[in-house]
Design a protein. Structure first.
Length: 142
């Protein structure tokens, strides 16, 4: 008696493809092309180095942001984190994230905490999308 062959889910591939498409759409291809133009033959591995630096920056900044969101919101840390992420995200073409960071930075600078928690949650969701998009850009090694 043979075991039945599992039937592949017809949704698996379209869902993965739509997630990848959504993630890649959060990066501006023009900004990425500008980075590629700086290292056209790829010998300096500029894209890889920029991506690694960005991800390392996230590893440092996100815990700072989490601590700033403690019992009482530390607007100075929120301003610093959003300012830093605004610039680095824009350089990678994550323009929606950069714009959200600019809004958060402005509110924090003006000491406006109302509605800021929701914006910070949205920023963290944007960061996850950008990280997914960046993972799809990373070259795969055999």
């Amino acid at each position: 008696m043979s075991t039945p062959t599992p039937i592949p889910s017809p949704l698996a591939e379209p869902v993965e493809a739509s997630l990848a498409a959504a993630a890649s759409s959060c990066l501006d291809p023009v900004a990425l092309d500008r980075l590629r133009e700086l290292d056209p033959d790829g010998h300096n591995k500029l894209i890889e180095r920029v991506l690694a630096a960005y991800l390392k920056s996230l590893d440092r900044l996100l815990p700072e942001l989490a601590a700033a969101r403690g019992e009482q919101l530390d607007l100075n840390v929120v301003r610093h984190v959003s300012h830093t992420l605004k610039s680095s995200s824009a350089s990678l073409g994550a323009m929606a994230l950069a714009e959200r960071c600019a809004d958060i930075e402005t509110r924090a600078r003006q000491q406006q905490s109302e509605g800021l928690e929701g914006l910070l949650d949205a920023m963290l969701a944007d960061i996850q999308q950008v990280k997914l998009a960046l993972a799809s850009l990373a070259p795969t090694t055999p």
